[in-house]
Design a protein around this ligand. Sequence first.
Ligand code: ZN
Length: 141
Amino acid sequence: MFQEIKLQRTIIGKLDYDGDLLGQLNDIASQNNITLGKVEAIGAVKKANIGFYDQDTFEYNFTKLDKPLEITSLLGNISIKEGKPFVHAHINLSDEKYNVYGGHLGQGTIVFACEFIMTKYEGIDLVRDFDEQTHLPLWKI
Ligand code: ZN
């Protein structure tokens, strides 16, 4: 199941020091009316909150990493959830020994420095809604 979409525009910038990483990405998507998009970023965080979805209990288990970490990779998409732009992002983070952690980006990941690129597409309205099989708010395509 897929559809063709068209690139509309791209924005580039940096996030605020001490701000919430996911919160800022959601704010930027809303301010720029990006309801269909992609986001990528690199940088560093002061601490992180990442999740793993338990496929048996249908619940996210979140883990707090309370130390400075490099954002070695952040990749996400933007669609519509509950009527507004919604960023779904996964993040890889490395510590001072280059151990890497990865997971679903949660609230409470605090920016030290972060450079992002966000791309807006057009062509379809991609809306998230409850999925019976996974219990996740997946795309209704
Ligand atoms: Zn996820």
